[in-house]
Design a protein around this ligand. Sequence first.
Ligand SMILES: [Zn+2]
Length: 442
Amino acid sequence: MELNQRIKAEVEKIPLVDTHEHTMPEAERSQYAVDFGYLFAHYNTSDLVSAGMPPRLMEAARLPMHHYRVAYIKRRRLRRVIPEPEREDMSLEERWQAMEPFWEAMRNTAYAKMTLIAIKDIFGIDDLSRDTFLKLSQAIADSRRPGWYRYVMKEKANIALSIIDVQSTEVDRELFAPVMTLDHFIDVRSRQELGYLEAEAGTAIHSLDSLVKAMQTVLERYLDSGVVAIKNVLAYVRTLEYDKVSRHEAELAFNRLTQHLGEGPSFFEAKPLQDYMMHQVIQAVVEAGLPLQIHTGLQEGNENIITNANPTHLINLFIEYREAKFDLFHGGYPYVQEWATLAKNFANVYADLCWVHIISPEVGRRLLHELIETVPANKIMAFGGDSITVEMAYAHARMARQVVTRVLSEKVTEGYLGDDEAIALARRILRDNPAALFKLSV
Ligand SMILES: [Zn+2]
């Protein structure tokens, strides 16, 4: 397929507004970027496990990033468990040997392709194999120097600004704009967890009303520190179906929960309270004038319940909260057409392709073709790196530009778009739309 060279050159030039990253704080990088394990923060490790690598062996093989992930999950109080590494005393050679057969098995996937792009373009090494893992490990260790993030994100990736979800608002504002979550005020299941919320909000929580008030207090604090959106990732732990429940039902569930110390009541007992709190969060977020980013579709890792994350579960919220701005993540993959249909149907739904191009560039291309034909251009956002490391964000940005270039070239060849129209569209979906939605000055 011939690429339109003018479109290619223009797409390369666009400084991206990246809707979603999880970038590790640069100050912490020197602790973890010590060898090839650093490039196995997430995603590619899911395919290692899918290829048959025992999870605990995988954790041992990526040891530096195992330690980072444990700290990260703990800091974010996510309801996810990282398995203990099988051993902590493996040599670099043993760690590579443990990974090698599974890496060889997964090298066809887009996660592996992204990894290889990062290795080649950032570290100048052509492959990841038994011949290169030592050299790569050295190159990664040598990259621990000040200014590395600016070099990779600005100079290499040409990303103007990334919206970052690391559950901290203390981020380098030259590179990042923060989002925070209120999920912990929704997914609450025990008296002990209410205690964490009390500590965070600085108020006692003994009633449903005081739980709502505490959530609002925390949101106000986020606003004061300049968050540009609120993010919801609860599709990892529950269904996206948030029923409209009465105050009474929510209060009964709250009262039951206050009597549980440990794990608390089952999800089904807690659900009315969670559903009620989701509605309260949306109302507060609307009041604050912020968009709500919602994880839909594929969950990172293995053995997740994909049906929980079907974006069509959210339809009642789209109907009820017309004044809200719902930024629907990840193409809803694999519910891509349902997801596109929602963005077509509802004025308050935005189509965000973050993560999609590394799940499958082919899906990214098909989906972008469809979006261009179905969804008004002001609601399409074509790139979010969704990475823990800047190197993977770079590789993902490169893949996203390739997808956008090829789709727009095809649309011009088909006679669907003119050259200038295609270039204007590229600017909108890679930069102007997210800049407008999140009110960013870039
Ligand atoms: Zn993410």
